[in-house]
Design a protein around this ligand. Structure first.
Ligand SMILES: Nc1ncnc2c1ncn2[C@@H]1O[C@H](COP(=O)(O)OP(=O)(O)OP(=O)(O)O)[C@@H](O)[C@H]1O
Ligand SMILES: [Zn+2]
Length: 474
Protein backbone atom coordinates (compact mmCIF):
# COMPACT_ATOMS: atom_id res chain seq x y z
CA UNK A 1 0.00 0.00 0.00
CA UNK A 2 1.20 3.50 -0.73
CA UNK A 3 2.18 6.01 1.91
CA UNK A 4 -0.75 7.82 3.58
CA UNK A 5 -0.50 11.59 3.21
CA UNK A 6 -2.63 14.07 5.18
CA UNK A 7 -2.91 17.84 5.18
CA UNK A 8 -1.78 18.95 8.63
CA UNK A 9 -3.32 22.26 9.71
CA UNK A 10 -0.43 22.70 12.18
CA UNK A 11 2.18 22.87 9.40
CA UNK A 12 -0.24 23.89 6.61
CA UNK A 13 1.25 21.19 4.39
CA UNK A 14 0.31 17.83 2.97
CA UNK A 15 2.70 15.48 4.79
CA UNK A 16 3.62 11.81 4.87
CA UNK A 17 1.77 10.34 7.82
CA UNK A 18 4.08 8.44 10.21
CA UNK A 19 2.44 7.05 13.34
CA UNK A 20 4.07 7.70 16.71
CA UNK A 21 3.68 3.95 17.36
CA UNK A 22 2.38 1.88 14.40
CA UNK A 23 1.01 -0.71 16.83
CA UNK A 24 -0.96 1.90 18.77
CA UNK A 25 -2.41 4.65 16.58
CA UNK A 26 -4.48 7.20 18.49
CA UNK A 27 -7.11 9.60 17.18
CA UNK A 28 -9.37 12.15 18.86
CA UNK A 29 -12.36 13.89 17.27
CA UNK A 30 -14.27 16.71 18.99
CA UNK A 31 -17.81 15.46 19.38
CA UNK A 32 -21.13 17.21 19.83
CA UNK A 33 -22.51 19.37 22.61
CA UNK A 34 -25.60 17.35 23.44
CA UNK A 35 -28.72 19.45 23.64
CA UNK A 36 -30.21 19.02 20.16
CA UNK A 37 -30.32 16.68 17.16
CA UNK A 38 -27.19 16.61 14.97
CA UNK A 39 -27.57 18.67 11.80
CA UNK A 40 -26.16 17.53 8.49
CA UNK A 41 -23.00 19.64 8.97
CA UNK A 42 -22.26 17.85 12.24
CA UNK A 43 -22.24 14.56 10.32
CA UNK A 44 -19.36 15.71 8.10
CA UNK A 45 -16.47 15.29 10.58
CA UNK A 46 -18.01 11.98 11.70
CA UNK A 47 -18.03 10.61 8.14
CA UNK A 48 -14.53 11.93 7.36
CA UNK A 49 -13.15 10.28 10.49
CA UNK A 50 -15.08 7.10 9.80
CA UNK A 51 -13.31 6.76 6.43
CA UNK A 52 -9.96 7.74 7.98
CA UNK A 53 -10.31 5.09 10.69
CA UNK A 54 -11.33 2.44 8.13
CA UNK A 55 -8.22 3.31 6.09
CA UNK A 56 -5.89 3.25 9.11
CA UNK A 57 -7.32 -0.08 10.31
CA UNK A 58 -6.75 -1.47 6.82
CA UNK A 59 -3.17 -0.17 6.74
CA UNK A 60 -2.04 -0.88 10.33
CA UNK A 61 -4.42 -3.62 11.51
CA UNK A 62 -7.83 -3.27 13.11
CA UNK A 63 -6.51 -3.85 16.62
CA UNK A 64 -3.86 -1.13 16.41
CA UNK A 65 -6.09 1.92 16.15
CA UNK A 66 -7.87 3.68 19.01
CA UNK A 67 -10.52 6.23 18.10
CA UNK A 68 -11.99 8.57 20.74
CA UNK A 69 -14.88 10.98 20.24
CA UNK A 70 -16.31 12.86 23.21
CA UNK A 71 -19.74 14.06 24.27
CA UNK A 72 -19.78 17.55 25.75
CA UNK A 73 -22.53 17.08 28.32
CA UNK A 74 -21.79 20.14 30.46
CA UNK A 75 -22.23 23.46 28.68
CA UNK A 76 -24.22 26.65 29.09
CA UNK A 77 -26.25 25.84 25.94
CA UNK A 78 -27.45 22.67 27.67
CA UNK A 79 -28.31 24.65 30.82
CA UNK A 80 -30.27 27.10 28.68
CA UNK A 81 -32.20 24.26 27.03
CA UNK A 82 -33.03 22.82 30.46
CA UNK A 83 -34.25 26.23 31.67
CA UNK A 84 -36.40 26.68 28.53
CA UNK A 85 -38.03 23.27 28.74
CA UNK A 86 -38.12 22.73 32.50
CA UNK A 87 -36.51 19.31 31.94
CA UNK A 88 -33.60 17.91 34.00
CA UNK A 89 -30.22 18.30 32.29
CA UNK A 90 -29.47 14.60 32.60
CA UNK A 91 -32.66 13.70 30.67
CA UNK A 92 -31.76 16.10 27.86
CA UNK A 93 -28.19 14.85 27.48
CA UNK A 94 -29.18 11.18 27.72
CA UNK A 95 -31.90 11.58 25.11
CA UNK A 96 -29.65 13.59 22.77
CA UNK A 97 -26.84 11.01 23.00
CA UNK A 98 -29.37 8.31 22.06
CA UNK A 99 -30.49 10.33 19.02
CA UNK A 100 -26.88 10.94 18.03
CA UNK A 101 -26.13 7.22 18.11
CA UNK A 102 -29.24 6.36 16.08
CA UNK A 103 -28.52 9.02 13.46
CA UNK A 104 -24.79 8.31 13.02
CA UNK A 105 -25.48 4.54 12.99
CA UNK A 106 -27.96 5.19 10.18
CA UNK A 107 -25.14 6.78 8.15
CA UNK A 108 -23.05 3.62 8.59
CA UNK A 109 -20.53 5.33 10.89
CA UNK A 110 -18.81 2.90 13.23
CA UNK A 111 -18.92 3.79 16.90
CA UNK A 112 -15.58 5.04 18.27
CA UNK A 113 -13.65 2.84 20.72
CA UNK A 114 -14.30 5.36 23.51
CA UNK A 115 -17.05 7.96 23.79
CA UNK A 116 -16.14 9.81 26.99
CA UNK A 117 -18.68 12.14 28.56
CA UNK A 118 -17.20 15.30 30.01
CA UNK A 119 -19.06 14.90 33.31
CA UNK A 120 -17.19 11.62 33.93
CA UNK A 121 -13.79 13.40 33.74
CA UNK A 122 -14.26 16.41 36.03
CA UNK A 123 -11.57 15.11 38.42
CA UNK A 124 -9.02 14.93 35.58
CA UNK A 125 -9.95 18.48 34.49
CA UNK A 126 -9.45 19.85 38.00
CA UNK A 127 -6.09 18.06 38.24
CA UNK A 128 -4.95 19.53 34.92
CA UNK A 129 -6.00 23.03 35.96
CA UNK A 130 -4.00 22.63 39.17
CA UNK A 131 -0.92 21.68 37.13
CA UNK A 132 -1.40 24.74 34.91
CA UNK A 133 -1.65 27.04 37.95
CA UNK A 134 1.41 25.35 39.48
CA UNK A 135 3.44 25.99 36.31
CA UNK A 136 2.40 29.63 36.13
CA UNK A 137 0.11 29.28 33.07
CA UNK A 138 -3.18 29.91 34.85
CA UNK A 139 -4.53 32.03 37.71
CA UNK A 140 -7.61 32.03 39.91
CA UNK A 141 -9.71 35.18 40.15
CA UNK A 142 -13.18 35.68 41.62
CA UNK A 143 -14.10 31.99 41.54
CA UNK A 144 -12.83 31.64 37.98
CA UNK A 145 -9.61 30.11 36.75
CA UNK A 146 -8.17 31.65 33.59
CA UNK A 147 -5.47 30.55 31.21
CA UNK A 148 -2.79 33.20 30.86
CA UNK A 149 -2.20 33.35 27.08
CA UNK A 150 0.86 35.61 27.47
CA UNK A 151 2.58 32.80 29.40
CA UNK A 152 2.66 30.55 26.32
CA UNK A 153 4.87 31.89 23.56
CA UNK A 154 3.36 29.61 20.90
CA UNK A 155 -0.22 30.76 21.52
CA UNK A 156 -1.72 31.40 18.06
CA UNK A 157 0.60 29.04 16.13
CA UNK A 158 -2.12 26.56 15.17
CA UNK A 159 -4.42 29.19 13.74
CA UNK A 160 -1.60 31.38 12.47
CA UNK A 161 -2.36 34.58 14.34
CA UNK A 162 -0.60 36.64 16.96
CA UNK A 163 -2.25 37.50 20.25
CA UNK A 164 -2.17 41.19 19.34
CA UNK A 165 -3.97 40.56 16.01
CA UNK A 166 -6.53 38.47 17.84
CA UNK A 167 -7.27 41.22 20.31
CA UNK A 168 -7.61 43.72 17.48
CA UNK A 169 -9.90 41.43 15.45
CA UNK A 170 -11.97 39.59 18.02
CA UNK A 171 -14.92 40.56 20.08
CA UNK A 172 -13.78 39.06 23.35
CA UNK A 173 -15.41 39.28 26.69
CA UNK A 174 -13.41 41.79 28.72
CA UNK A 175 -14.10 40.68 32.25
CA UNK A 176 -12.50 42.84 34.95
CA UNK A 177 -10.74 39.83 36.48
CA UNK A 178 -8.88 38.94 33.25
CA UNK A 179 -5.22 39.92 33.02
CA UNK A 180 -5.45 39.93 29.23
CA UNK A 181 -8.61 40.08 27.11
CA UNK A 182 -7.60 36.85 25.30
CA UNK A 183 -7.25 34.85 28.55
CA UNK A 184 -9.87 32.11 28.47
CA UNK A 185 -11.83 30.30 31.14
CA UNK A 186 -10.70 26.95 32.53
CA UNK A 187 -13.16 26.91 35.42
CA UNK A 188 -16.11 29.09 36.35
CA UNK A 189 -18.35 29.35 39.41
CA UNK A 190 -21.84 27.79 39.42
CA UNK A 191 -24.73 29.21 41.36
CA UNK A 192 -27.26 27.02 43.18
CA UNK A 193 -29.32 25.77 40.22
CA UNK A 194 -26.43 25.38 37.77
CA UNK A 195 -24.56 22.08 37.54
CA UNK A 196 -21.43 22.27 39.67
CA UNK A 197 -18.65 20.28 41.28
CA UNK A 198 -16.55 21.06 44.34
CA UNK A 199 -13.08 22.31 43.47
CA UNK A 200 -10.18 24.20 45.09
CA UNK A 201 -11.80 27.36 43.64
CA UNK A 202 -15.27 26.68 45.03
CA UNK A 203 -18.29 24.98 43.49
CA UNK A 204 -18.15 25.38 39.72
CA UNK A 205 -17.92 23.81 36.27
CA UNK A 206 -15.26 23.48 33.60
CA UNK A 207 -14.84 25.61 30.48
CA UNK A 208 -15.34 23.83 27.17
CA UNK A 209 -11.70 23.69 26.01
CA UNK A 210 -10.28 21.96 29.10
CA UNK A 211 -12.72 19.07 28.58
CA UNK A 212 -11.00 17.86 25.40
CA UNK A 213 -7.48 18.36 26.81
CA UNK A 214 -8.34 16.27 29.88
CA UNK A 215 -10.28 13.52 28.07
CA UNK A 216 -7.72 13.06 25.28
CA UNK A 217 -4.92 12.80 27.85
CA UNK A 218 -6.86 10.33 29.99
CA UNK A 219 -7.65 8.01 27.07
CA UNK A 220 -4.79 8.54 24.61
CA UNK A 221 -1.92 10.00 26.65
CA UNK A 222 -0.22 13.40 26.37
CA UNK A 223 0.92 12.73 22.75
CA UNK A 224 -1.20 11.13 20.07
CA UNK A 225 -1.41 10.96 16.28
CA UNK A 226 -4.41 12.80 14.86
CA UNK A 227 -6.82 15.35 16.28
CA UNK A 228 -9.78 16.45 14.21
CA UNK A 229 -12.89 18.54 13.97
CA UNK A 230 -14.48 21.13 11.74
CA UNK A 231 -12.38 24.11 10.64
CA UNK A 232 -14.71 26.29 12.73
CA UNK A 233 -13.01 24.75 15.80
CA UNK A 234 -9.45 25.68 14.78
CA UNK A 235 -9.80 28.91 16.71
CA UNK A 236 -10.36 29.29 19.56
CA UNK A 237 -11.20 25.72 20.64
CA UNK A 238 -8.21 23.87 19.22
CA UNK A 239 -5.77 26.71 19.81
CA UNK A 240 -6.81 26.62 23.46
CA UNK A 241 -6.56 22.84 23.67
CA UNK A 242 -2.96 23.08 22.39
CA UNK A 243 -2.12 25.78 24.94
CA UNK A 244 -3.55 23.79 27.86
CA UNK A 245 -2.10 20.41 26.90
CA UNK A 246 1.35 21.61 25.86
CA UNK A 247 1.72 23.76 28.99
CA UNK A 248 0.59 20.91 31.25
CA UNK A 249 3.06 18.51 29.53
CA UNK A 250 5.93 20.59 28.17
CA UNK A 251 7.84 17.52 26.93
CA UNK A 252 4.93 15.96 25.04
CA UNK A 253 3.74 16.95 21.60
CA UNK A 254 -0.05 16.69 22.06
CA UNK A 255 -1.59 16.10 18.59
CA UNK A 256 0.95 15.44 15.84
CA UNK A 257 -1.48 16.00 12.96
CA UNK A 258 -4.45 18.37 13.00
CA UNK A 259 -7.13 17.46 10.48
CA UNK A 260 -9.90 19.96 9.82
CA UNK A 261 -12.91 19.49 7.59
CA UNK A 262 -14.46 22.41 5.71
CA UNK A 263 -18.05 23.39 6.27
CA UNK A 264 -21.30 22.10 4.92
CA UNK A 265 -22.92 25.31 3.79
CA UNK A 266 -26.37 26.68 3.10
CA UNK A 267 -26.34 29.49 0.57
CA UNK A 268 -22.69 30.22 1.23
CA UNK A 269 -22.94 30.22 5.04
CA UNK A 270 -21.91 27.54 7.54
CA UNK A 271 -24.87 25.39 8.50
CA UNK A 272 -25.12 25.89 12.24
CA UNK A 273 -27.45 25.62 15.14
CA UNK A 274 -26.83 29.19 16.20
CA UNK A 275 -27.64 30.60 12.74
CA UNK A 276 -30.79 28.45 12.60
CA UNK A 277 -30.17 27.59 8.91
CA UNK A 278 -29.99 23.87 9.52
CA UNK A 279 -31.84 20.65 8.90
CA UNK A 280 -31.06 17.56 10.91
CA UNK A 281 -29.84 14.19 9.73
CA UNK A 282 -33.10 12.80 11.12
CA UNK A 283 -35.13 15.32 9.03
CA UNK A 284 -33.56 13.76 5.92
CA UNK A 285 -33.83 10.13 7.06
CA UNK A 286 -37.54 10.52 7.92
CA UNK A 287 -38.59 13.04 5.28
CA UNK A 288 -42.29 12.62 4.49
CA UNK A 289 -43.38 11.31 1.09
CA UNK A 290 -44.84 14.68 0.12
CA UNK A 291 -41.37 16.26 0.31
CA UNK A 292 -39.58 13.59 -1.70
CA UNK A 293 -39.52 10.79 0.88
CA UNK A 294 -36.93 9.58 3.39
CA UNK A 295 -33.32 9.67 2.24
CA UNK A 296 -31.49 6.41 3.06
CA UNK A 297 -28.40 6.87 5.27
CA UNK A 298 -26.21 5.29 2.62
CA UNK A 299 -27.36 7.91 0.09
CA UNK A 300 -26.57 10.75 2.53
CA UNK A 301 -23.15 9.19 3.06
CA UNK A 302 -22.35 9.00 -0.67
CA UNK A 303 -23.38 12.63 -1.19
CA UNK A 304 -21.21 13.77 1.75
CA UNK A 305 -18.15 11.80 0.61
CA UNK A 306 -18.44 13.01 -2.99
CA UNK A 307 -16.73 16.28 -2.01
CA UNK A 308 -13.19 16.37 -0.61
CA UNK A 309 -13.23 17.12 3.13
CA UNK A 310 -11.16 20.30 2.72
CA UNK A 311 -13.68 21.90 0.37
CA UNK A 312 -16.92 23.59 1.36
CA UNK A 313 -19.99 21.81 0.05
CA UNK A 314 -23.74 22.06 0.03
CA UNK A 315 -26.60 19.59 -0.04
CA UNK A 316 -28.81 19.57 -3.14
CA UNK A 317 -31.71 17.42 -4.31
CA UNK A 318 -29.83 16.79 -7.56
CA UNK A 319 -26.92 15.26 -5.62
CA UNK A 320 -29.36 13.12 -3.65
CA UNK A 321 -31.07 11.81 -6.79
CA UNK A 322 -27.73 11.05 -8.46
CA UNK A 323 -26.35 9.23 -5.39
CA UNK A 324 -29.53 7.21 -5.04
CA UNK A 325 -29.43 6.11 -8.67
CA UNK A 326 -25.72 5.18 -8.40
CA UNK A 327 -26.24 3.11 -5.25
CA UNK A 328 -29.25 1.31 -6.72
CA UNK A 329 -27.14 0.37 -9.75
CA UNK A 330 -24.16 -0.72 -7.63
CA UNK A 331 -26.36 -2.70 -5.26
CA UNK A 332 -27.85 -4.49 -8.28
CA UNK A 333 -24.35 -5.32 -9.56
CA UNK A 334 -23.01 -6.72 -6.27
CA UNK A 335 -26.11 -8.75 -5.28
CA UNK A 336 -24.98 -12.22 -4.18
CA UNK A 337 -21.28 -11.36 -4.76
CA UNK A 338 -18.45 -11.74 -2.22
CA UNK A 339 -16.05 -8.76 -1.96
CA UNK A 340 -12.58 -9.09 -3.48
CA UNK A 341 -9.92 -9.96 -0.86
CA UNK A 342 -8.46 -6.45 -0.99
CA UNK A 343 -9.71 -3.08 -2.24
CA UNK A 344 -8.41 -2.09 -5.68
CA UNK A 345 -5.17 -0.03 -5.66
CA UNK A 346 -6.91 2.89 -7.39
CA UNK A 347 -9.37 3.19 -4.48
CA UNK A 348 -6.64 2.93 -1.83
CA UNK A 349 -4.30 5.32 -3.67
CA UNK A 350 -7.01 7.97 -3.76
CA UNK A 351 -7.79 7.57 -0.06
CA UNK A 352 -4.09 7.62 0.88
CA UNK A 353 -3.78 10.93 -0.96
CA UNK A 354 -5.24 13.13 1.79
CA UNK A 355 -8.49 11.13 1.92
CA UNK A 356 -9.51 11.90 -1.64
CA UNK A 357 -12.94 10.31 -1.31
CA UNK A 358 -14.15 11.89 -4.57
CA UNK A 359 -11.24 10.21 -6.39
CA UNK A 360 -12.01 6.91 -4.68
CA UNK A 361 -15.65 7.17 -5.81
CA UNK A 362 -14.47 7.82 -9.40
CA UNK A 363 -12.39 4.63 -9.12
CA UNK A 364 -15.52 2.75 -7.97
CA UNK A 365 -17.35 3.98 -11.09
CA UNK A 366 -14.51 2.57 -13.21
CA UNK A 367 -14.79 -0.81 -11.47
CA UNK A 368 -18.58 -0.82 -11.93
CA UNK A 369 -18.13 0.15 -15.60
CA UNK A 370 -15.80 -2.82 -16.12
CA UNK A 371 -18.31 -5.12 -14.42
CA UNK A 372 -15.84 -5.93 -11.60
CA UNK A 373 -18.53 -6.45 -8.96
CA UNK A 374 -16.19 -8.05 -6.38
CA UNK A 375 -13.72 -5.16 -6.74
CA UNK A 376 -16.53 -2.61 -6.54
CA UNK A 377 -17.82 -4.17 -3.32
CA UNK A 378 -14.39 -4.33 -1.62
CA UNK A 379 -13.61 -0.74 -2.64
CA UNK A 380 -17.02 0.62 -1.64
CA UNK A 381 -16.68 -0.92 1.84
CA UNK A 382 -13.46 1.06 2.44
CA UNK A 383 -15.74 4.09 2.18
CA UNK A 384 -18.43 2.54 4.35
CA UNK A 385 -20.69 2.08 1.32
CA UNK A 386 -22.56 -1.09 0.24
CA UNK A 387 -22.23 -2.37 3.80
CA UNK A 388 -24.26 -5.46 4.65
CA UNK A 389 -27.46 -4.49 6.42
CA UNK A 390 -27.56 -0.97 4.89
CA UNK A 391 -29.18 -1.87 1.57
CA UNK A 392 -32.72 -2.58 2.75
CA UNK A 393 -33.93 0.58 1.04
CA UNK A 394 -32.60 -0.53 -2.36
CA UNK A 395 -34.09 -4.01 -1.98
CA UNK A 396 -37.44 -2.54 -0.96
CA UNK A 397 -37.23 -0.32 -4.03
CA UNK A 398 -36.26 -3.28 -6.21
CA UNK A 399 -39.14 -5.36 -4.79
CA UNK A 400 -41.61 -2.56 -5.42
CA UNK A 401 -40.33 -2.21 -8.98
CA UNK A 402 -40.66 -5.97 -9.50
CA UNK A 403 -44.23 -5.85 -8.11
CA UNK A 404 -45.11 -2.99 -10.43
CA UNK A 405 -43.62 -4.80 -13.42
CA UNK A 406 -45.65 -7.92 -12.56
CA UNK A 407 -48.91 -5.97 -12.24
CA UNK A 408 -48.30 -4.03 -15.44
CA UNK A 409 -47.64 -7.29 -17.30
CA UNK A 410 -50.89 -8.78 -16.00
CA UNK A 411 -52.86 -5.66 -16.91
CA UNK A 412 -51.34 -5.50 -20.41
CA UNK A 413 -52.35 -9.14 -20.95
CA UNK A 414 -55.88 -8.31 -19.75
CA UNK A 415 -56.00 -5.36 -22.14
CA UNK A 416 -54.88 -7.55 -25.07
CA UNK A 417 -57.52 -10.14 -24.14
CA UNK A 418 -60.23 -7.44 -23.95
CA UNK A 419 -59.22 -6.13 -27.36
CA UNK A 420 -59.37 -9.52 -29.02
CA UNK A 421 -62.75 -10.09 -27.37
CA UNK A 422 -63.76 -6.65 -28.82
CA UNK A 423 -64.58 -5.46 -25.26
CA UNK A 424 -63.37 -1.93 -25.99
CA UNK A 425 -64.92 -0.45 -22.85
CA UNK A 426 -62.75 -2.75 -20.76
CA UNK A 427 -59.62 -2.10 -22.86
CA UNK A 428 -60.16 1.67 -22.54
CA UNK A 429 -60.71 1.38 -18.79
CA UNK A 430 -57.33 -0.31 -18.51
CA UNK A 431 -55.69 2.38 -20.68
CA UNK A 432 -57.20 5.15 -18.54
CA UNK A 433 -56.20 3.31 -15.38
CA UNK A 434 -52.57 3.15 -16.53
CA UNK A 435 -52.58 6.89 -17.26
CA UNK A 436 -54.10 7.69 -13.85
CA UNK A 437 -51.47 5.54 -12.07
CA UNK A 438 -48.61 7.22 -13.94
CA UNK A 439 -47.68 4.38 -16.32
CA UNK A 440 -47.01 5.39 -19.93
CA UNK A 441 -47.82 2.70 -22.53
CA UNK A 442 -46.51 2.73 -26.08
CA UNK A 443 -47.81 0.16 -28.56
CA UNK A 444 -45.01 -0.94 -30.87
CA UNK A 445 -44.69 -3.59 -33.53
CA UNK A 446 -42.92 -5.78 -30.97
CA UNK A 447 -45.72 -5.40 -28.36
CA UNK A 448 -46.56 -2.85 -25.67
CA UNK A 449 -43.68 -0.98 -23.98
CA UNK A 450 -44.20 0.74 -20.68
CA UNK A 451 -42.38 3.23 -18.45
CA UNK A 452 -43.11 4.72 -15.03
CA UNK A 453 -43.78 8.46 -15.05
CA UNK A 454 -42.95 10.95 -12.27
CA UNK A 455 -45.77 10.66 -9.77
CA UNK A 456 -46.18 6.92 -10.43
CA UNK A 457 -48.71 5.61 -7.91
CA UNK A 458 -48.37 1.90 -7.11
CA UNK A 459 -51.54 1.93 -4.99
CA UNK A 460 -53.69 3.06 -7.94
CA UNK A 461 -52.14 0.37 -10.10
CA UNK A 462 -53.05 -2.27 -7.51
CA UNK A 463 -56.58 -0.88 -7.23
CA UNK A 464 -56.95 -1.10 -11.01
CA UNK A 465 -55.84 -4.74 -11.02
CA UNK A 466 -58.26 -5.56 -8.18
CA UNK A 467 -61.20 -3.82 -9.87
CA UNK A 468 -60.54 -5.78 -13.07
CA UNK A 469 -60.17 -9.15 -11.41
CA UNK A 470 -63.54 -8.53 -9.71
CA UNK A 471 -65.27 -7.82 -13.04
CA UNK A 472 -65.33 -10.53 -15.67
CA UNK A 473 -64.71 -9.69 -19.31
CA UNK A 474 -67.89 -9.28 -21.33
N1 LIG B 1 -21.68 23.25 8.89
C1 LIG B 1 -20.78 22.37 9.30
N2 LIG B 1 -20.06 21.66 8.42
C2 LIG B 1 -19.14 20.77 8.83
N3 LIG B 1 -18.85 20.52 10.13
C3 LIG B 1 -19.55 21.21 11.07
C4 LIG B 1 -20.53 22.18 10.70
N4 LIG B 1 -21.06 22.71 11.84
C5 LIG B 1 -20.44 22.10 12.87
N5 LIG B 1 -19.53 21.21 12.43
C6 LIG B 1 -18.70 20.31 13.24
O1 LIG B 1 -19.58 19.49 14.02
C7 LIG B 1 -18.98 19.18 15.29
C8 LIG B 1 -19.93 19.55 16.42
O2 LIG B 1 -20.16 20.95 16.41
P1 LIG B 1 -21.13 21.77 17.34
O3 LIG B 1 -21.82 20.87 18.30
O4 LIG B 1 -20.33 22.92 17.88
O5 LIG B 1 -22.24 22.28 16.27
P2 LIG B 1 -22.59 23.73 15.65
O6 LIG B 1 -23.72 23.55 14.71
O7 LIG B 1 -21.34 24.39 15.17
O8 LIG B 1 -23.16 24.48 16.89
P3 LIG B 1 -23.26 26.02 17.09
O9 LIG B 1 -23.78 26.62 15.83
O10 LIG B 1 -24.21 26.10 18.24
O11 LIG B 1 -21.84 26.46 17.41
C9 LIG B 1 -17.66 19.96 15.30
O12 LIG B 1 -16.60 19.10 14.90
C10 LIG B 1 -17.87 21.04 14.28
O13 LIG B 1 -16.67 21.49 13.72
ZN1 LIG C 1 -12.56 19.52 21.47
Amino acid sequence: MVQIRLTNTRTRRKEDFTPIDPRNLRLYLCGPTVYDRAHLGNARPVLVFDVLVRLLRHAYGAGHVTYVRNFTDVDDKINARAAETGRPIRDITRETIGWYHDDMDALGAERPDHEPRATDFIGQMIAMIEVLIGRGHAYAAEGHVLFDVRSYADYGRLSGRSVDDMIAGARVEVAPFKRDPMDFVLWKPSDGDQPGWDSPWGRGRPGWHIECSAMSEALLGPSFDIHGGGIDLQFPHHENEVAQSCCAHPGAGFAKVWLHNEMLQVEGKKMSKSLGNFFTVRDLLDRPAGQGGGVPGEVIRLVMLSTHYRKPMDWTEAKRAEAEAVLRRWRGLVAGIEPAPSPAPAVLDALCDDLNTAGAIAALHDLAGKGDAAGLLAGARMLGLLLPGMGGWAEAGADADADAAGLIGTLLAARAAARSARDFARADAIRDGFAAAGVAIKDTAGGAEWSLQPGFDAARLRALAEALSGSQPA
